[in-house]
Ligand binder design. Structure first.
Ligand SMILES: [Zn+2]
Ligand SMILES: [Zn+2]
Length: 360
């Protein structure tokens, strides 16, 4: 493009073409597409070849002819998309070549089997990170920065207000709440997304406080985590022998947010205390809308400092922002000297997708 020599003042954020010749990933109506490799990453419409970053439903969709994902994501993908999907898996760091594009998967620290997708072709390296979290949580391989020329990032919590407590701070709060409820003879109902969030809660709490009961949507995912070698405390179903009203008064009950207000909840008694675990709990308005006694700030996504640390660690000069606070993140990155643009995508946030008010 020729240099603009006119005397007109430039607009503060000039529109830039999102894609340029030679780009390894471009936005198409079906999803993020790699032109030289002829495959998609987390496409939202059915395609021939899809590389899947992780098993959350906005990234791993039904109907693709071929799937490529991390080996620890296999159980979740087959459970959600069908046992008979055509799925190739890779361990972290092992590369394959497809139409001359070198593809490898690297830990994203988001949920079990979550991966960043590294693409190398024609002397360029691009990394599509899917969803990621920078603090290790003990239930999946911690995030590893991958050097690249262009980094494709989410921005779910891309606002300066979003700063997470550390894992020890968070679990001290949850344990205190559970312990007090147990002493007072009240069940503690902790609501969190069934895949990823629920297993983090189970892994992190002090299981010596009392028995742990889980919802039917949570236990099959616990089994996938246990099979992958993740340590989770013993869990009971409400229908198991020995689970009675006396025991439930000391119990921690882990359930997905969609269980809120359902008949399943009534067995824990009118005096049960309920809490919701989500990054959105940082906002008082969200806590009020959820109508729960407590909110714990717990997210599977990077917070504002985590996003910037992760982006900086890639060394990328170009950054594409896919979902969340896209405009704010693009502006911040440009002000900090990076070549940042937005990709329009159809990714959401699993916490909000599972919220009852989202369906209302
Ligand atoms: Zn996700
Ligand atoms: Zn997502």
């Amino acid at each position: 493009m020729p240099t603009d020599t006119s005397s007109e003042p430039a607009p503060p954020l000039p529109a830039r073409a999102a894609s340029r010749p030679g780009d390894l990933v471009v936005a198409r109506p079906e999803g993020l597409y790699c032109p030289p490799g002829d495959f998609y990453i987390d496409p939202w419409r059915p395609v021939d070849r899809a590389v899947i970053t992780h098993g959350h439903s906005d990234h791993a969709r039904w109907g693709h002819n071929h799937y490529l994902a991390h080996e620890q994501g296999e159980g979740i993908l087959r459970a959600r998309l069908g046992a008979d999907i055509t799925l190739q898996t890779l361990p972290y760091g092992q590369a394959i070549e497809h139409h001359g594009v070198r593809i490898s998967l690297h830990p994203a620290g988001h949920v079990l089997g979550s991966a960043q997708v590294r693409l190398e072709h024609g002397g360029q390296v691009w990394v599509a990170s899917g969803d990621y979290k920078t603090e290790p949580d003990g239930t999946c391989t911690p995030f590893e920065p991958v050097r690249c020329d262009c980094f494709i990032t989410e921005s779910t919590f891309g606002l300066p207000i979003y700063r997470w407590p550390t894992q020890p701070e968070l679990f001290a709060q949850i344990d205190d709440w559970w312990r007090r409820n147990a002493q007072e003879g009240r069940a503690s109902v902790l609501l969190g997304y069934a895949f990823g969030k629920a297993q983090r809660m189970l892994h992190g709490v002090d299981a010596s406080i009392g028995p742990i009961v889980v919802h039917g949507a949570v236990e099959p995912l616990n089994a996938v985590y246990r099979a992958a070698g993740v340590a989770l405390p013993p869990t009971l179903r409400v229908t198991d022998p020995g689970v009675d009203a006396t025991m439930l008064r000391r119990a921690l009950v882990v359930a997905p947010p969609s269980a809120q207000g359902t008949p399943w909840m009534r067995r824990f008694g009118a005096n049960a205390s309920d809490a919701f675990a989500s990054g959105w709990m940082l906002l008082r308005g969200t806590r009020r809308r959820r109508g729960v006694d407590r909110g714990f700030v717990m997210s599977d996504h990077a917070d504002w400092p985590g996003l910037h640390k992760a982006i900086a660690a890639t060394g990328a000069e170009r950054v594409m922002v896919t979902h969340g606070s896209v405009a704010i993140m693009v502006r911040w990155l440009r002000e900090n000297g990076l070549d940042a643009q937005a990709f329009a995508t159809e990714y959401g946030d699993e916490d909000l997708a599972d919220a009852p008010e989202a369906a209302a």
